[in-house]
Design a protein around this ligand. Structure first.
Ligand SMILES: Nc1ncnc2c1ncn2[C@@H]1O[C@H](COP(=O)(O)OP(=O)(O)OP(=O)(O)O)[C@@H](O)[C@H]1O
Ligand SMILES: [Mg+2]
Length: 500
């Protein structure tokens, strides 16, 4: 191992364009042994592109890379891996039809000598070594994994190589509080062992907890690198966004109207005994740890999972949605947690993705009013600061956070009577978050009933009029805005998860 502070990875003057899009220009980065260097910047600032250049996934147009003092040119991620550099991807790829164990050791153990039992045992030991043993089973199939579990698979794949340099690209965007805690302990341990760590995140709290240094990018250029001890929240926001932002959002509650959504003793294989109401003009938050059943409850409401007991009423009428399509037709908007798999049409332009759900409104007879469609798209691109060369860009080519903004824009644009948002700001930068909160508030004031799931407690606390806490597929408590604190929510969420 190298002495703490030794520069293990040095990138100088990195440039990269995708056709007309200039993703990076003149970027320098140093990652030091025994230190965590955070890489921050708005959605589309170039963070993931920079990491993909380090691994050799992308070839830079300009600049040089040195690993432990030696210049390197990786043309294939396998080469950087052998050289001791790993990046935990923002959107981990997991093979659906094989087990966790095989996913972790993919490539390493193939052929006739493959001994499943031995691999499971090794995986179990490795999971325990890094503190993940409670969260995932070696035998579980890739297709059954939650986003958090897929993230763990991706992290384990890297750790089993014992790299000297390891970068995390928004690792906590799909993790809850408790998994994040395990991950932070792990990162601190790796740092103490002398690993050089790069860490991309939009969450300030984490940055201040973990990072020794912070490198900020804006519009593909380096703004600067600061020692964490010598900077603060406001300065970082200014460096990232280029302007000041007002303090954390707190919405003004409105007097709620009629009950829009009502669940009476709803149960199925994922949730049980759920009673819940959301009235027009109300924002109801759902909090809980990962695995508490929050996303499953949202999917149950929109008809993805059938109910086996109880009933769901929308505007007083009993529903029998058999798919989210039925729910949408009944005036419900649903932005799911897994934007890639469930929500976006990656091969279509930004414009189509935003207007998909409002086409009926924008259509006269069967013709879409092109002017109205353009105006709506332009409005959301600018309000949510969606970084795209034009409204015609394919969504698949946008950065992760910008894809998320497109999904949200689609549902915010529909003004449904009920809007169900699962982790609405997951992976979204600090400037756009504030705008998303303002739009949710606006919709509530216009009489929309909103149901929000979020793992970010400050977000639920700032947005929700009431907070329901889930654990083990049940609602274990409700907190009014006045009663709700991070401690109160966690106490409910953890207490119940221990019992079940
Ligand atoms: N394969 C590609 N083709 C075209 N443009 C791309 C491609 N990959 C990235 N870009 C563009 O390069 C810019 C930087 O993207 P990148 O993914 O590095 O951003 P990021 O900082 O990681 O953002 P986020 O916080 O949203 O993850 C964006 O404008 C993005 O749309
Ligand atoms: Mg990214």
């Amino acid at each position: 191992m190298h002495a703490p502070g030794t520069v293990m990875l040095e990138a100088r003057g990195i440039g990269k364009s995708f056709g007309p899009v200039r993703a990076l220009s003149g970027v320098d980065l140093q990652l030091r042994a025994g230190e965590v260097t955070a890489i921050m910047g708005e959605n589309g600032a170039g963070k993931s592109t920079l990491l993909k250049i380090l691994t050799g996934d992308y070839q830079p147009d300009a600049g040089t890379l040195e690993l432990a003092g030696t210049e390197v040119h990786f043309t294939d991620p396998r080469h950087s891996r052998i050289a001791g550099l790993r990046v935990i991807a923002q959107e981990p790829e997991v093979i659906a039809h094989v087990s966790v164990a095989e996913n972790i050791y993919v490539g390493a153990l193939r052929g006739p000598l493959f001994d499943k039992r031995a691999v499971y045992a090794k995986t179990r030991a490795d999971l325990a070594k890094y503190g993940f043993e409670r969260l995932i089973r070696p035998e579980a199939l890739g297709s059954t994994l939650s986003p958090a579990q897929r993230q763990i698979v991706e992290i384990m794949r890297a750790l089993v190589d014992e790299p000297a340099v390891i970068c995390f690209d928004e690792p906590t965007s799909s993790l809850g509080e408790d998994e994040s805690g395990i991950l932070f302990a792990l990162i601190q341990r790796l740092r103490d062992e002398g690993v050089a760590i790069g860490y991309v995140s939009h969450r300030m709290q984490e940055i201040f907890q973990l990072a020794d240094r912070i490198t900020v990018l804006r519009d593909g250029a380096l703004v600067g690198t600061k020692l964490t001890a010598e900077t603060d929240h406001d300065e970082l926001v200014r460096m990232m966004v280029g302007r000041d932002l007002t303090q954390f959002f707190h919405r003004e509650p409105v007097t709620p109207g009629e009950t829009v959504l009502e669940l009476r003793d709803v149960g199925n294989e994922h949730v049980s005994g759920v009673d819940l109401t959301v009235r027009a003009g109300e924002v109801v938050g759902i909090a809980g740890l990962v695995g508490a059943g929050r996303s499953e409850l949202m999917k149950t409401i929109v008809g993805d999972f059938p109910i086996t007991s109880g009933e769901i009423l929308v505007s007083g009428r009993r529903t029998s949605f058999r798919s989210p399509g039925d729910a949408i037709a009944a005036g419900i908007g649903f932005a799911p947690e897994e934007r890639k798999a469930e929500a976006l049409v990656l091969q279509r332009p930004v414009r189509d993705n935003i207007t998909l759900a409002v086409l009926k409104e924008l259509s006269r007879w069967i013709f879409v009013r092109a002017g109205a469609e353009r105006a709506l798209t332009a409005d959301y691109i600018s309000r949510l600061r969606i970084r795209t060369p034009s409204s015609e860009q394919l969504v698949g080519k946008l950065s992760g956070g910008n894809q998320q903004k497109v999904v949200l824009a689609r549902w915010l644009a529909t003004r449904p009577k009920l809007l169900v948002l699962d982790e609405p700001t997951r992976g979204v930068d600090v400037g756009a978050k504030a705008e998303i909160y303002a739009i949710i508030d606006e919709l509530a004031h216009a009489g929309v009933a909103v149901l929000v799931v979020s793992s970010e407690l400050p977000e639920v606390l700032g947005l929700a009029d009431r907070i329901n806490v889930m654990a083990g597929g049940r609602i274990v408590g409700e907190l009014s805005r006045a009663e709700a604190t991070e401690e109160a929510i966690l106490a409910l969420a953890m207490d119940e998860s221990r019992i079940s």
